[in-house]
Design a protein around this ligand. Structure first.
Ligand code: EPZ
Length: 485
């Protein structure tokens, strides 16, 4: 019998999984086994396929069905919430993406036990933070994923101390965490900054009144978790209203917290002395769903995007209707059937329920194919037009002026060698390549693996011509004439 670490196979951006080989009916078969991550695993885990590329041939309309995974930006704070209790937390619908792997490594490096489901339980994770010997988020991990700072509030609240690396610069903007720190101080924590680390401590946090100077998603989540174990009531104003914030509050209340108002700009938290374990299903990923909605509209396809939450996509769907796209929805799916020429429409990114900044890059790809000029204004991050330079390489007509991009369409795109710079920029290049004439080679796709679960397989399943170089093609696919040498 032999154990083959699943992550040695190309293409799987997910966690170090394992399978054992058993002989049945004369044929060797892999049977999934549950894998408990140990402390030393976290340290030496080096994600592979860092050098992978996508080869995409444009021209095919997307057809059929695509299933949306769980939301990365809901799963990350939910996993951090496990720190708040010594009892196990069972999380379902966890996406199999690299950022989730980084979060697991972070928790294990603190002393948590992380159990990964496999096979039918593939998207389930059980986390136990009974003995957190090392309440520290090391620079090596935080630099690869800024959302690691979400452990700051829970660690101070539960352990009374935390040492968390400052995240450093980011491709899309400065992204400081000053509002997280200010909020924790308002809950009574003592904070020092030394050698690139935040050192925070508090005997026990106490309830307070926090007014965010700026709407911050992870800031709201971090302080909501901290206040859940504080002594007394906390009122937070000018909060983020994203569905991921609401999903976290639902989980925390299942753990015994007393939180009201999540989803509005004022959240009230009555602190409790202890939180328990819970079982929780993470909401679908509205940004992944939105990415496929735009890809379908752009390729002139007929695609049903399933297992999503259409009401979380209303700003996007309204904008696409303005562009002349036909969209129909059910309780948990969006169908895009688009044969019309796209019309240009201006766009401004805003906090939820406005148009999400995480969909801006994908919308820019669409705007390159729309009749007329679209002015795209990015209001959330100061440097989120990196994809424009790569789209220009494919023949688009885009002029960036500070926080505005002027996109003149309709300009036919042609395949080219392009490079990913961040998660959502990569998604816009994949979409553009699906309508470009000829072949596009997309480099550094590890950016896209951070937040999209096997996007190439999902798109290929919907008639897209895309494959990962470095990927071992399953026998069936090898026979499909993708036309890419
Ligand atoms: C969350 O990031 C998401 N990440 C981001 O998604 C998303 O783009 C962003 O919210 C906005 O919707 C996760 O949920 C893990 P913010 P977050 O704090 O919380 C400034 C993706 O592609 N600010 O809401 O880090 C900040 O610089 C990622 O999946 C401060 O000034 O974003 C920005 O301009 C990318 N001080 C604005 O607020 C602070 O302390 C909003 O940022 C915090 C934020």
């Amino acid at each position: 019998m032999k154990i083959i670490p699943k992550n040695r196979q190309a293409g799987s951006a997910g966690a170090p999984m394992a399978a054992k080989l058993v002989k049945s009916a004369g044929e060797l078969k892999k049977v999934p086994v549950r894998l408990k991550l140990r402390f030393e695993d976290a340290a030496e885990y080096v994600p592979e396929n860092l050098m992978d590329k996508f080869v995409i041939r444009g021209g095919n309309p997307l057809l059929g069905n695509i299933r949306v995974s769980g939301a990365k930006n809901a799963a990350l704070p939910a996993m951090a919430a496990a720190i708040l209790t010594e009892e196990p937390l069972i999380l379902e619908n966890i996406p199999d993406v690299r950022d989730i792997q980084t979060e697991r490594n972070l928790l294990v490096s603190m002393g948590a036990e992380v159990e990964l489901g496999y096979g039918r339980a593939h998207h389930r994770t059980t986390i136990s933070c009974r003995d957190l010997a090392n309440p520290e988020a090391a620079y090596e991990l935080v630099k690869t994923m800024r959302a690691s700072t979400l452990v700051l509030g829970p660690l101070v609240a539960r352990m009374g101390r935390a040492r968390v690396s400052l995240p450093g610069g980011c491709a899309i903007g400065a992204r400081p965490i000053d509002l997280h720190i200010k909020g924790l101080e308002q809950l009574g924590a003592t904070i020092r900054q030394e050698h690139g680390y935040i050192e925070a401590s508090a005997e026990r946090l106490r309830g307070g009144h926090i007014v965010f100077d700026k709407i911050t998603v992870t800031g709201t989540e971090d302080l909501m978790m901290a206040a859940a174990l504080a002594d007394g009531e906390t009122v937070m104003e000018n909060c983020a209203r994203e569905p991921e914030v609401v999903d976290l509050a639902v989980l925390l209340n299942k753990m015994g917290a007393k939180i009201e108002g999540a989803g509005t700009s004022t959240i009230r938290i009555k602190g409790v002395s202890r939180l328990g374990g819970a079982r929780h299903r993470i909401i679908p990923d509205r940004i992944e769903a939105g990415t496929f909605v735009i890809a379908a509209a752009l390729t002139g396809g007929d695609l049903s995007i399933n297992n999503c939450e259409p009401r979380h996509l209303s700003a996007l769907l309204e904008k696409l209707q303005e562009c002349g796209v036909t969209v129909t929805t059910t309780r948990d799916s969006v169908r895009v059937k688009n044969g019309h020429r796209l019309k240009a429409a201006d766009l401004s990114t805003e906090e939820y329920p406005g148009f999400p900044t995480d969909m801006q890059a994908q919308y820019m790809a669409l705007a390159t194919q729309a009749e007329g000029t679209s002015i795209i204004t990015e209001n959330i991050f100061e440097n989120r037009f990196m994809h424009a330079q790569e789209l220009l390489r494919m023949g688009a007509n885009i002029k960036v002026e500070g926080s505005r991009a002027i996109v003149r369409g309709h300009t036919p795109l042609s395949g080219a060698a392009v490079q990913c710079s961040d998660l959502r920029a990569s998604a816009s290049l994949v979409i553009a390549a699906l309508v470009a004439e000829g072949e596009t080679i997309l480099d550094r796709v590890y950016h896209i693996d951070r937040g999209y679960e096997r996007i190439e397989e999902k798109l290929r399943g919907a008639n897209g011509q895309i494959r990962r170089i470095g990927e071992i093609l399953p026998r069936r696919a090898a026979q499909v004439p993708v036309g890419v040498a």
